[in-house]
Design a protein around this ligand. Sequence first.
Ligand code: NIG
Ligand code: FE
Length: 385
Amino acid sequence: MSSLLVTGIGELVTNDPGLGDGSPLGLLTDAAMVVEAGRVAWVGAAAQAPAADTVHDAAGRAVIPGFVDSHSHLVFAGDRAAEFEARMAGRPYEAGGIRTTVAATRSATDEQLSANVGRLVAELRRQGTTTVEIKSGYGLTVADEARSLAVARQFSRETTFLGAHVVPPEHAEDPTAYVALVTGPMLEACAPHARWIDAFCERGAFDADQARAVLTAGMAVGLEPRLHANQLGPGPGVQLACELGAAAVDHCTFLSPADVDALASSDTVATLLPGVEFSTRQPYPDARALIDAGVTVALASDCNPGSSYTSSMPFCIALAVREMGMTVAEALWSATAGGARALKRTDVGRLAPGARAHLAVLAAPSYLHLAYRPGVPLVGEVLAD
Ligand code: NIG
Ligand code: FE
């Protein structure tokens, strides 16, 4: 078995508080790491590094765990640049815009969808993302949701069935019949391709009873729950997610004190998606209040053609620091270890012995530069399997 020694690491983020400086980031300076069979075999001071078959010199640069982007909608066709332009001119964001992408996605071939996901996954990877969750939700028929998930599965094992994204136009007069389709034949066709079940619990999409019906139907066939909630206004979604033991509830832009309490006394991760607030001109969520209350916070891109067409986790980190009251250390933790928690993964989001050797070498001496130098392509080499 061949081994790789990465040495000369100016600053190594392990996300293991038992290592290095004892902070949540588990920071080591003048560090080295040994990788064997795709896993971290050793980390420590460069001066004490063991011999290895191959040696790579990081030349004083920072090394971080690959980003874990726990929320994206990569299976789609077309874009909505004109809608973005209108929003920047003052038009509000509405969930109904999703139907534009549904029409384009239904018209695309499997090959076109797959090529678009491949393009976006490569774009994510160049920016340091080594694990990405991918949702369906732009097909909204049995066949189009199933093929969306089959395409997503070619690129990630973290696939999410989001048939309950919005009610498609052909069911506009009878949303109850659409929920029955989602919880019946559509779930049956999609479950083999998915790990997670999700719903968009929001005015203009699905109410709490409908979202509960969708998540519990998914759970009954072995899918694990997560939820879109409290994006466009206050609502019952966050409390529903906590009640059902969802791994994560995503957006969390409009939270009441009771929502924060429910999150703090649950294991549900609050996933914040600042690319959405950037692209919709909504107020940013209050990450500081959540962290101070003891809630586990993840950051994700929500990459999709409507509300957040960015694949850049460094951009999300910079926004979270500038606009959401997070320290750079908290934002980096949330974009790596936090994302792993949101996906219930212990093998990614950290660089301690036993973890997958998914890492990014930054063209910078410290992770602080991720927020300090916004918009600059700081991610150099990316290692993943
Ligand atoms: O996470 N909130 C619902 N769904 C997506 C938006 C999708 C779209 O606008 O196309 C989101 O923001
Ligand atoms: Fe989303």
